[in-house]
Write a protein that binds this ligand. Structure first.
Ligand code: GDP
Ligand code: MG
Length: 439
């Protein structure tokens, strides 16, 4: 129908063909910086950038995105993929109890997250049992017991005289006798990985055959987290990770490196000290966070939504009748300016990327301010009929707006191009309408 065809025409106006090597290279420079800033492993960044370049060059630019935005979109998708794509759930044993074993360095958040997982299970009407296997740190058992009391979840402990392996073994028996469907084992950590610790963890693993060995990693440790993850994974074959302390201002590059280097899927994110500060890990959200592009992606959505909804109908009518004026132009600029950094949204204005001069121009807020000033220095007549703006008027407008005659000329030229383009568009639309009327 007509609506579809109009939409198609619209899309074609926005389309910019295929992504060129320079489009991609330019966007990738930003991406590489964002990744390194987020503390992603250097080698991971290098491989990733190469892979995205290969995929992106030659791709059709998506309607309503600029080439730069389109590359970012691909990067976002690839990052998401690299972190496992879809959100990954915890394994459940076909025969109760399901056993989860928490491992990781001291201070990573094992005990805290043992409590948080218990809380999640409890909400799901399960009957978890917490097991205190950290017998080395003085207050460790107490810490788990306090959490248990707070949640009203029982804690299995045999003090600090019995070996952790034996505690784990007996806890499993206890869980079976008392109808616990989940057993969460809190283990000891060290400041650094050492052999004694690994041996102990291996023995616990042998004894209880856990359904998940969850590596608890502090997101703030950045690239160190990767080495830690690698060691734990080699020794224990961890089945997943919980990335903690994401509530800080860390960008979470560790998440990407861990998954890329060790293949370990991150299953949960810890977002605070409180008992319910835990979330399933979403690779897509982490991708945006790592890129620092969360805002840009929202912006893209926001711009599309608000331009489409509020003004599209009005704008479309004006374009059809080819009576789009400099006032409308000003109106559009202002609407767009509220959304944020302009160079990122310019390309979304209908027809804007086909206008000579604006195409590929680095439009910044300052420039837009000057365009605004120029239009504001025009009389109402000049705004609706720019044809009347002769050279003396141009001088007056330039002086009034604190710009130069060249700038005024450039704007008028750009506007003329835009109008020409819109007239073509309206011609097409009328023809289509005519056809529809007859058929
Ligand atoms: P463990 O040694 O691995 O058992 O670590 P703990 O569970 O005792 O946690 C160490 C510290 O980190 C504690 O002060 C926790 O409150 C804090 N912590 C744990 N997880 C988080 C988190 O996701 N966000 C924040 N901000 N703090 C956390
Ligand atoms: Mg602990």
């Amino acid at each position: 129908g007509l609506a579809n065809r109009l939409q198609d025409t619209f899309n074609r106006l926005r389309g910019k063909g295929k992504l060129s090597e320079s489009d991609v290279a330019e966007a990738m420079r930003e991406v590489r910086l964002a990744l390194l800033e987020a503390d992603v492993n250097f080698k991971v960044v290098k491989d990733f950038v190469a892979k995205v370049k290969e995929r992106a060059v030659g791709q059709e630019v998506l309607q309503s995105l600029t080439p730069g935005q389109h590359v970012i979109k691909i990067v976002n998708e690839e990052l998401t993929e690299l972190m496992g794509g879809a959100q990954s759930k915890l394994a459940i044993s076909p025969k109760a109890p399901t056993v989860y074993m928490m491992v990781g360095l001291q201070g990573a958040g094992k005990t805290t997250h043992t409590g948080k997982l218990a809380r999640l299970l409890q909400k799901d009407h399960k009957k978890p049992l917490l097991v205190a296997c950290d017998i080395y740190r003085p207050a460790a058992i107490k810490q788990l017991q306090v959490l248990g009391e707070q949640l009203d979840v029982p804690v299995f402990s045999l003090g600090n005289e019995v070996s952790p392996v034996e505690i784990a073994r007996q806890a499993l028996e206890h869980a079976k006798s008392y109808g616990h469907d989940y057993v969460l084992i809190d283990t000891a950590g060290r400041l650094h990985i050492d052999e004694a610790l690994m041996d102990e963890l291996k023995q616990i693993k042998e004894t209880v055959q856990p359904n998940e060995i969850l590596l608890v990693v502090d997101a703030m440790t950045g690239q160190d987290a990767v080495n830690v993850a690698e060691s734990f994974n080699t020794q224990l074959d961890v089945t997943g990770a919980i990335l903690t302390k994401l509530d800080g201002d860390t960008r979470g590059g560790a998440a990407l490196s861990i998954r890329a280097v060790t293949g370990t899927q991150i299953k949960f994110a810890g977002t605070g000290e409180k008992i319910d500060a835990i979330e399933p890990f979403h690779p897509d959200r982490m991708a945006s966070r790592i890129l620092g592009m969360g805002d840009v992606l929202t912006l893209i959505e926001k711009a599309q939504a608000s331009i489409d909804k509020d003004k599209a109908i009005d704008l479309e009518r004006k374009m059809r009748n080819a009576d789009f004026t400099l006032d409308d132009f000003l109106d559009q600029l202002q609407q767009v300016k509220q959304l944020g950094p302009l160079d990122q949204i310019m390309g979304m204005l209908p027809g804007m990327n086909k206008v000579k001069g604006l195409q590929n121009a680095n439009v910044d807020d300052k420039q837009i301010g000057r365009i605004e000033a120029i239009i504001r220095s025009m009389t109402p007549t000049e705004r609706t009929e720019p044809g009347v703006i002769n050279s003396s008027r141009r001088k007056r407008i330039a002086a009034g707006s604190g710009t130069s005659v060249q700038e005024v000329n450039r704007l008028l030229k750009q506007f003329e191009e835009m109008q020409k383009m819109m007239k073509q568009f309206s011609g097409m639309a009328k023809k289509m309408k005519g056809k529809k009327g007859k058929g």
